[in-house]
Design a protein around this ligand. Sequence first.
Ligand code: ADP
Ligand code: F6P
Length: 324
Amino acid sequence: MAKEINTIGVLTSGGDAPGMNAAIRAVVRQACANGKKVKGIRRGYQGLLEEDIIDMDRHSVSDVIDKGGTFLFTARCSEFRTEEGQKKGAEICRKHGIDGLVVIGGDGSFAGAQKLANLGINTVGVPGTIDLDIACTEYTIGFDTAVNTAMEAIDKVRDTSTSHERCSIIEVMGRNAGYIALWSGIANGAEDILIPEQYDYDEQKIINNIIANRKRGKKHHIIINAEGIGHSTSMARRIEAATGVETRATILGYMQRGGSPTCQDRVYATMMGAMAVDLLCQGKTNRVVGISNGEFIDFDINEALGMKKGVDPYMIKVAGDMSK
Ligand code: ADP
Ligand code: F6P
């Protein structure tokens, strides 16, 4: 028989993402609506091991839906990667009466949730990362806000780049994933987009492209470079030397992780946070929620972590066609 859950814990873990607060709010409110007690675990698995745990009720999450970041804070915790750390975490959950746990984060955080599930704590993961790099879901909380922040910033760089007839390399976040680069590259009409999924890009081809575009009278040349490729400043120096076109690098950095979440992030965060609680209330464990073909779905965490995701080659092709 499915275990009945009395107290639901919630934590955010790994890199923060706009919309995490909306997801926490949904977890707390849905749990309260189902008559469950709620505990907030601050600073992810690190806070769990340090028993940084607070009681929450529906008023604890007033006025947070529009706020960026995560008011429960987040952290990376190496101790939780060890078996002792995981056992200690499960014991602390039991000590505080937490028999169901919602983990909002990325694949690494889900791996932690899987370990707790194996130790008898019912867990459900909610995908929260600006990188959009969780294979089991078409959407991750934070992506829409982050990519719009990047797009607006790139528009501004493009203005000054055109005025000065320069080439601009703009580095966006995505250490292992090129979604922000690809989407902002298409949205900003970039001439070249470099993503970690295609690490073996041809710099000489970019240089030839810049020279050809200059001859055709183009006033600027925008290169979107994902963090996973990196080296934007040295790349700018090499491109300027080879083309004779003044070239500047701009690294957008952490601004992409902050800011008030967009409507899409607030709505999806609310739906997925609520669904995570519904699954726990049904006695489910070791699950992760997501969106597939426009529908909210859930997967076994083991299955979800085994899935692979790649950028759509057709999107890459169209992005290239647009700049020809
Ligand atoms: P994300 O959740 O965004 O992928 P990380 O990979 O940094 O971020 O993972 C966040 C945290 O999850 C880590 O600091 C660690 O505490 C925990 N974690 C990651 N991988 C594992 C694992 N294999 N087993 C247990 N815990 C893990
Ligand atoms: O949140 C996603 C991300 O921006 C990744 O693209 C990057 O690898 C990582 O976070 C860097 O985060 P931090 O500097 O906090 O480790």
